[in-house]
Design a protein around this ligand. Structure first.
Ligand SMILES: Cc1cc2nc3c(=O)[nH]c(=O)nc-3n(C[C@H](O)[C@H](O)[C@H](O)COP(=O)(O)OP(=O)(O)OC[C@H]3O[C@@H](n4cnc5c(N)ncnc54)[C@H](O)[C@@H]3O)c2cc1C
Length: 458
């Protein structure tokens, strides 16, 4: 058992993994513009937590054993890099699935617990690889033209299985160590080969990852957010990958196929809601600052919009608090968040995020997308004019206001902003998935009883 520091993490990436971007195979990730920032951020995380010696492990491997623990975990999570967050969430989801599967499949539950210890003891970073290519959305896996549209077992051996398929949109896969593969949805009888969950090292033979990233390619100073916070999204190809028995967590038991996605959905949505409550506060801060810089902060409709944003972010936080306050114990004695509050809060936060961005754009004005580059401010000839006309009043200089506009554009209206808008909606399985789970856990009988009483029909 030992923790890794930054240089050990960097060395661990040189493991023969097959990584592609913009048409090329990338050999040196640490110096490539699509990966360098991500690797620096993950390295910062390793360095911040590193403790030498044996018998130590990172706080991201802590299992919440009370509601207070869970609250602490969510607070920490906001300070961690994305890969450390997905490691914590993904392993907690696996443990949740293990607890739910244990009565029927104790062997899988034991393997998951052993895998958790393996990751903790080697200080590894994991990502969750759930979303399949899915082919024609109307058709189940077994009816697709291409049987590989959903990841499946193509060979069963005495020592393991061979799987084939693709997992799409897998955040940070190329800068992590382990892919935790889970079924994307419930599989039915006859779809046993698609009911597969397992763990695969990123450098396993047959794994290739094609990446995209919103990292700015130029003028870093005009992208104050995304130049310093970006992660590659991985299109993970699983081309006949061998998985040994000890890393197989499901291989044909369709009744457990949805357990993994549900468990991950729960932890990912809780983490997502925690991040959204902070994003909500950031949007309020940007709206208030730009209104003050523009001299509009006391105008009625601007105040109204900011008040609406304040209510949004407060209710997101309230949902998060309720999810923790109503957390439930597992048979193993640790806690997992309340399903109804987690899903309702995540849905509300995601569905109205774009409305909050609209308010910010409405308040800010056109300079959000047309403010000159910071380099133009330094130009001897036009710089003084840009500063003069971007300034609004005493105390609000042209450079300050221009920087605010660049932050708003980068955060909400450019490549990273667009990425955020889609991610808010799709992360954690999309709005529809959250509605399904919220409805399932809502006390409908109580609601019907109240309605019947009101109607005098009780
Ligand atoms: C930035 C980003 C990061 C992500 N990170 C990860 C990750 O790390 N790991 C991971 O596993 N996934 C990840 N995802 C994937 C995310 O969970 C999916 O995008 C989401 O589940 C939607 O799946 P899809 O993109 O294939 O869209 P689709 O499934 O095509 O969905 C599009 C729309 O069609 C609807 N729809 C589709 N099929 C049906 C149907 N049969 N019946 C009714 N409605 C249907 C959906 O509800 C939705 O409204 C990420 C996504 C993004 C955008």
């Amino acid at each position: 058992m030992a923790m890794m520091n930054r240089s050990q993490y960097l060395a661990s990436l040189d493991d023969g993994r097959r990584i592609f971007a913009e048409g090329d195979e990338i050999k040196d990730l640490a110096t490539h513009p699509q990966f360098a920032t991500a690797i620096k951020l993950v390295g910062d995380g390793y360095e911040a937590h590193y403790q030498p010696g044996a018998d130590v492990s990172g706080p991201y491997f802590k299992i919440p054993r009370s509601r207070e623990d869970m609250k602490g975990l969510l607070k920490d999570l906001l300070d961690w890099d994305m890969v450390t967050v997905t490691t914590s969430q993904g392993l907690l989801a696996l443990l949740t699935a293990a607890a739910r599967m244990r009565p029927a499949s104790p062997e899988y539950a034991d393997r998951i617990e052993a895998y958790f210890e393996y990751c903790r003891d080697n200080d590894l970073r994991c990502v969750q690889a759930i979303t399949d290519a899915k082919g024609d959305r109307r058709l189940p896996p077994s009816k697709q033209d291409d049987p590989d549209a959903y990841t499946r077992i193509v060979e069963r051996r005495a020592d393991g299985i061979v799987i084939r398929g693709a997992k799409l949109h897998i955040s940070s896969a190329s800068v992590s160590h382990e892919l935790v593969v889970m079924p994307t949805k419930n599989m039915k009888e006859g779809e046993e080969d698609y009911a597969v969950a397992c763990a695969i090292p990123v450098n396993a033979p047959g794994v290739r990852i094609v990446n995209t990233n919103y990292a700015p390619r130029e003028r870093e100073e005009d992208f104050p957010v995304s130049a310093h916070h970006n992660m590659p999204e991985g299109f993970v190809i699983l081309d006949d990958v061998f998985v040994p028995n000890e890393r197989i967590f499901l291989a044909g038991e369709t009744r457990h196929s949805a357990t993994f996605a549900h468990a991950l959905g729960l932890w990912e949505r809780l983490g997502g809601t925690a991040h959204m409550s902070e994003y909500g506060d950031t949007l309020v801060g940007l709206a208030q600052l730009i209104a003050e810089a523009n001299g509009t902060e006391k105008i009625h409709h601007i105040r109204e919009k900011i008040a609406e944003m304040v209510i949004y972010t407060t209710l997101v936080r309230a949902g998060l608090e309720a999810a923790i306050a109503n957390a439930e114990p597992s048979p193993e004695g640790w806690y997992f968040p309340n399903e109804l509050f987690t899903n309702a809060a995540k849905h509300y936060a995601a569905a109205d995020f774009s409305l909050m961005v609209r308010h910010l754009h409405d308040i800010g004005g056109g300079s959000i997308v047309t403010a000159p580059s910071l380099r133009d401010l330094e130009n001897d000839e036009v710089g003084p004019f840009v500063k003069k006309y971007m300034a609004t009043k005493d105390g609000i200089g042209g450079e300050y206001r221009t920087r605010l506009f660049h932050a708003i554009r980068d955060f909400t209206a450019d490549a990273y902003g667009g990425w955020q808008l889609v991610t808010m909606i799709q992360s954690g399985g999309g709005l529809y998935a959250q509605r399904l789970v919220a409805r399932k856990h809502y006390d409908m009988e109580n609601a019907k009883g109240l309605a019947l009483k009101l109607a005098g029909l009780a």
